[in-house]
Design a protein around this ligand. Sequence first.
Ligand code: LLP
Length: 441
Amino acid sequence: MNFRKTLKINSLGHLEIGGADCVTLAKTFGTPLYVFDEEYIRTMMRVYRDTIEEEYGGNGLVLYASKAFSCTAMYAIAKSEQIGVDVVSGGELYTAMQADFPAANIYMHGNNKLPREISYALDCKVGTIVVDAFTEADLIEEEAAKRGMVQEVLIRINPGVEAHTHAYVQTAKPDSKFGFSVDSGAAEVITKYVLSKKHLRLKGYHCHIGSQIFEKQSFVLAVQKNLAFVAKIKQKLGFEASELNMGGGFGVWYAEGDAMLPPEGYRTYLSALIAAVKQNCAEYGLRLPRILIEPGRSIVGEAGVTLYTVGAVKEIAGLRKYVAIDGGMFDNPRYCLYQSKYTALLANRAAEPCTELVSLAGKCCESGDLIGVDMNLPEAHPGDLIAVLTTGAYNYSMASNYNRNFIPPAVLVKDGKGEYIIKPQTYADLVRNDVIPDRLK
Ligand code: LLP
């Protein structure tokens, strides 16, 4: 198999991530365990940051879309790489603030920001809020007026670009809960509305056309549509956007059939986007806007693996073999939600050839609790260590305590050594907020 730089098989036949032996990690920290390679995360952040620096004179900012994996250590890494972050809830914002993340470089998203989230964002002095509803514009205006300040905002628009990806993660179709449609005229109406607010300063527009996208052309098309809109608004309302946030969405490798790009390869997405901005601005006679992008999955997805221990193995003659692990949909719900494909390895016998097609089953009480079907593996026995690759994005962040299982801890590997960035849960954590009303005692 063609491996990422972060992964290798060592002389013991064990899988290594970021130079750390997965068998040792499993012994030290237990399983299930999320493992992240710090070097890979930093490399990805730098690739995007340096591309803006070198190809766009530094007139932009990379925002790590922290919904992909949010914990204090991730904000600390983003801070030290001098990039910004996108947060999408009071909880993500609080986590960023706990890591002393510079508020000016935080962009606040969400299609239905709660009044208390808006108020908290203003208290934190978040740099930019991305407006996605009229009511939000009203709320931000009210809260900013109360504090005697002016809040910088972007408006989320929907350029109507369909990216080729799984339907659940497409967000810029005409029928979407996100943004204001350019084609319907709604984007123009909200622009006028925001411009009329005394305590809002409109900088420009944001769009996000979807996730796990490999076609550069989708981003180029979105740039074209956005800048045509910017030019129209300049002509009609005299407002010229100074910022264009193109969202995230760059695809990653999960399994056979997906493109596998080296980190440097992601430069090409941004290069195509930058070239399209330059070309369209020249055509429309617009000033070059500050460009922002919000990669989440591509920064952290391939940086992560999840380690599991094999328990029950069940062969249903002539039908299927189930290899059950000590995790499941509670630490990775993506197969259940999107039928996502993954690659699994036997981390303690990683050099052995794959001889079987098995279904990797979780331990939850429902049949759909699978990490994948027809996965290629060597014959696995109880006690073997399974590594599921590319689990860094949207696994921990979508995990739950379903069946009162623990959300696994996470370890960050640097120079071959792992350290906790998220500690293990305990049974006490599971009942921490439970209350038995007196009448039930
Ligand atoms: N910016 C905005 C406004 C977004 O909504 C998203 C993702 C991103 C940036 C980051 O996109 P990325 O670079 O990670 O593709 N739970 C799904 C993914 C949902 C993505 C939602 N928005 C999954 O597990 O595939």
